[in-house]
Design a protein around this ligand. Sequence first.
Ligand SMILES: [Zn+2]
Ligand SMILES: [Zn+2]
Length: 216
Amino acid sequence: ILVCIWSWQREWTPEGAWQPDLVHDVCGHRGPAVIRCGSCGTVVTTHDTDIEMDAEAIWTVTSGARRRSTRGPAGKSVSADMQFNAVMEALGDRWSGAITGLALAGARRFGEFRSALDISPTTLTDRLARLCAAQILGHPSGTDRQYRLTHRGRALFGVFVFLIRWSTQAFPEAPGPLRILHRECGAILHPELQCRGCDGPVDRHSARIEPMLPHP
Ligand SMILES: [Zn+2]
Ligand SMILES: [Zn+2]
């Protein structure tokens, strides 16, 4: 989860350029990884999967994210250098996290968000406006009543798949469906990180976060 949050901040926020580097020790590649299906080994994005979840399941995922954020905006549990402020616009608030998750699962219309979450219209309007201002959501051209994830928003896919993997392990008795299917192979997605340099697996033992090299 943390590597995916780091990757997103690195690639989609201005302050990302100042974050420490993820280094794959096997090949020396520096930078974000991609996500692959643990069953068939293919690289996956939001377009290759079907997300099955209901409101109960969304709470399980996003309250996990919220609890973690109570450690403070500086993310001190990882490193004082890693600032998670921007990703918290999308995930740190219970409603925003649930709306972003539903959008990843395919929700588009105000009414869909509202009925799935049982949220008041005022609160929903507020959170949708905030997610649009944060450029997580936008309107497809020609419509102002539909909401679609921007490229920036869709890039949160990795954060969500690992949040869901963590949640299903941490809360095995959680109510409601909570799973991601990889359409191509039909398996429930067991996400893994893959190095962009050598296509090898990126994990705790083969990669590390290190401060960026100083400019010459
Ligand atoms: Zn697969
Ligand atoms: Zn590598």
